[in-house]
Write a protein that binds this ligand. Structure first.
Ligand code: CO
Length: 147
């Protein structure tokens, strides 16, 4: 009983209670080739994390397609090079690319997609996220950290 009370007291002192960790986030993408976030923080208490991508624009997938792709910074350039070769038919990602930690579908205006990944996959960072549509990464790019 005493131990439980102490545990409860310690949890109460934490600025972000463990049970309240938000293990999801939403990021918007638009027709101006912009993401609404340049950084995402994954609480280390999350065993899984969900990212929802919402394309708030109107342009179709073939013209202004966006996805949310997570890799290590070290793998980013090679993944992008293979994505361009894979083409629109493959959603601008090499099928089965093992360097991709998580990714949503490539979507067009008005669409959304979510991806949930195991946070144990987050090792050997730093991690970056980007849109793999050719040319978009220069503007649609951010960092993902575990804290
Ligand atoms: Co894009």
């Amino acid at each position: 009983m005493k131990r439980q009370l102490i545990a409860l007291a310690l949890l109460g002192l934490a600025s972000t209670p463990l049970w309240a960790a938000d293990c999801s986030t939403t990021i918007e993408a638009n027709d101006m080739m912009q993401f609404s976030k340049s950084a995402i923080t994954v609480p280390k208490t999350c065993s899984q994390f969900t990212v929802t991508l919402k394309h708030t624009g109107k342009l179709p997938r073939a013209a202004m397609g966006h996805d949310w792709v997570l890799t290590t910074r070290a793998d980013e350039k090679a993944v992008l090079a293979d994505a361009a070769k894979a083409g629109l038919a493959n959603g601008y990602l090499k099928p089965g690319d093992k360097r991709v930690i998580a990714h949503t579908k490539l979507i067009g205006g008005g669409e959304s997609d979510s991806v949930t990944f195991d946070t144990r996959a987050l090792k050997n960072g730093p991690f970056v996220f980007f849109c793999s549509f050719p040319g978009h990464e220069t503007m649609m790019h951010g960092t993902l950290n575990v804290e």
